[in-house]
Design a protein around this ligand. Structure first.
Ligand SMILES: Nc1ncnc2c1ncn2[C@@H]1O[C@H](COP(=O)(O)OP(=O)(O)OP(=O)(O)O)[C@@H](O)[C@H]1O
Ligand SMILES: CC(=O)N[C@H]1[C@@H]2OC[C@@H](O2)[C@@H](O)[C@@H]1O[C@H](C)C(=O)O
Length: 367
C-alpha cells in the first residue's frame, strides 16, 4: 500500500476531566479528512478515577504512576478492541503532568503494549518531541482543526474552541494552503474551563460536574472574585502558551466564601472570561467561534460566551462535526501525519522552534 493512501485510523483521547476514554475512526491521508467512522466511549469507574487523580502532577517512576498507566492501558484495550477496521491507532494517553519549561510533559500509558495486544501499529507520545524542541507540547489539535475548516468549506477566518478540563483555542485562516503555512494558525490554551468547576462540584456537592449549568444558573457571578482571577499573569502572556490541568487550582480559594450557587456561577464566569481574553489575541476577528468539548453542553457557559463576545458562537455540531469526539479524531489524524512523516505542530501552535512531527510508532512484533 502506498504511504499516502487514505487509511482508517482510530484515535483516542483520555482528557483532563478524567471522565473516560473517547475513541473515533477517521478516514484520512494525514492531509485531508475523507470520512468519519465508528466511535465509542469507555468511562473510568469512580475507583479508577481516584487512582488517576492521585497520580496527577507525578512523573514516570513516581508513586502511583505505574498503576495509573495500567488503568489507562486496560481501559483503552477494552474500548479499542470493540471497534474494528483500523489500520493504525493514535493513542494520546492520560496527561498526568505538564511542565514544558521544566520537567517536560507526561502522558501515562504505553503505546507499545497496545500495539502488541491489539496487533495494530500505534502512534503515541505525541507531545515530547515538541517540548524537546522548545515548544509547549500543547495544544496539538490545531493541525486537525485546520483540516476540519477545509472539510466544512470555511471561506473566512474562524476559531475553534475546546471547552474541556482546560480550554484551548485555534484561530484559522482557511485561505492558506496547509496548516504549516505561516499565518494559517494561531493556537494556545485559553485558561481553565471545566476542571476547577468540576473540582468545586465534587468538594461542595459530591457530584462530578454542574450538569446543564443547573447550580450556576441559580447564582450570580461575583465581580471581585472574577477580577482577581483575571489579574493572573497568564492572560497577559503572548501565545503560544499552555497549561497544566491544575495550574489554576487556586481559583477555588477565590470562591471559598461564596455560597454554592454563586461559587459555581463565578467559576463558570471565569472559564468564559478566560475565553474572552483569548479572543483578543486573534490576528483578525474570526467570523465565528465553533465550540467543541464538554463545556458546550453547559448552557450557562455558552450563554456567557454569546453575551460576552462580538462574533457568533456555535456548538460545532451546527457545521456537521462531532464535538464529543473531535479530540479523539484529532489524534487519529495526527497519527496518520506521523506515519507519513508530516509535521504535527509549528511555531504558531506550540511555540516550537521549527516544524516538528511528534510521535513514536510502535508496531506489533511478528509472531
Ligand atoms: N451536560 C453538561 N452540563 C455541564 N457540563 C458538562 C455537560 N456535559 C459535559 N460537561 C462538562 O464537560 C466535561 C468533559 O469535557 P471533555 O470530555 O471535553 O473534557 P476532556 O476531554 O476530559 O478535557 P480536555 O479537553 O481538557 O483534555 C465534564 O467533566 C463536564 O465538566
Ligand atoms: C498537556 C495536555 O494534555 N494538554 C491538553 C489539555 O486539554 C485541553 C488543553 O489542555 C490542550 O492543550 C491539550 O489537549 C488538546 C487535545 C490538544 O493538545 O489540542
Amino acid at each position: 500500500m502506498k504511504n499516502s493512501e487514505p487509511l482508517w485510523v482510530l484515535g483516542t483521547m483520555s482528557g483532563t476531566s478524567l471522565d473516560g476514554v473517547d475513541a473515533a475512526m477517521v478516514l484520512t491521508d494525514g492531509v485531508r479528512i475523507l470520512d468519519f467512522g465508528e466511535s465509542g466511549y469507555r468511562p473510568y469507574s469512580a475507583q479508577e478515577q481516584a487512582v488517576l487523580r492521585a497520580a496527577l502532577g507525578r512523573w514516570p517512576g513516581e508513586d502511583g504512576v505505574a498503576e495509573a498507566a495500567r488503568i489507562v492501558e486496560d481501559a483503552h484495550l477494552e474500548l479499542l478492541s470493540s471497534i474494528g477496521g483500523a489500520a493504525l491507532i493514535g493513542f494520546h494517553g492520560q496527561t498526568l503532568a505538564h511542565d514544558p519549561e521544566g520537567r517536560g510533559t507526561h502522558q501515562a500509558g504505553d503505546g507499545a503494549r497496545l500495539a502488541e495486544e491489539l496487533r495494530i501499529p500505534v502512534v503515541w507520545d505525541f507531545r515530547s518531541a515538541d517540548v524537546r524542541m522548545g515548544g509547549q507540547g500543547a495544544p496539538l489539535a490545531p493541525f486537525y482543526h485546520f483540516a476540519c475548516a477545509q472539510w466544512i468549506g470555511a471561506k473566512r477566518p474562524l476559531a475553534m474552541l475546546n471547552l474541556g478540563g482546560v480550554g484551548n483555542i485555534t484561530w484559522i485562516d482557511p485561505h492558506k494552503p496547509g496548516p504549516e503555512t505561516p499565518g494559517a494558525l494561531l493556537a494556545f490554551d485559553t485558561g481553565p474551563a471545566n476542571a476547577p468547576l468540576n473540582d468545586l462540584m465534587m468538594q461542595r456537592r459530591g457530584e462530578p460536574f454542574d450538569r446543564d449549568g443547573s447550580l450556576a444558573s441559580q447564582g450570580e457571578v461575583v465581580a471581585g472574585a472574577l477580577e482577581l482571577f483575571l489579574d493572573d499573569v497568564y492572560f497577559r502572556r503572548m501565545p503560544p502558551k499552555s497549561l497544566d490541568r491544575d495550574a489554576f487550582a487556586d481559583m477555588l480559594e477565590l470562591v471559598r466564601e461564596l455560597d454554592d450557587a454563586d461559587a459555581a456561577a463565578t467559576m463558570t464566569g471565569m472559564a468564559a472570561a478566560a475565553v474572552m481574553q483569548a479572543m483578543e489575541h486573534c490576528p483578525i476577528p474570526p467570523d465565528q467561534l465553533l465550540i467543541t468539548g464538554g463545556g458546550r453542553h453547559n448552557p450557562v457557559m455558552m450563554e456567557m460566551l454569546r453575551v460576552g463576545l462580538d462574533c457568533p458562537v456555535h456548538a460545532i455540531e451546527e457545521v456537521g462535526l462531532n464535538g464529543d469526539m473531535l479530540e479523539a479524531q484529532a489524534f487519529a489524524y495526527l497519527a496518520a501525519r506521523v506515519q507519513r512523516g508530516l509535521p504535527t505542530s509549528c511555531p504558531t501552535t506550540t511555540g516550537v522552534r521549527a516544524l516538528v512531527g511528534g510521535g513514536e510508532i510502535s508496531s506489533p512484533s511478528i509472531l
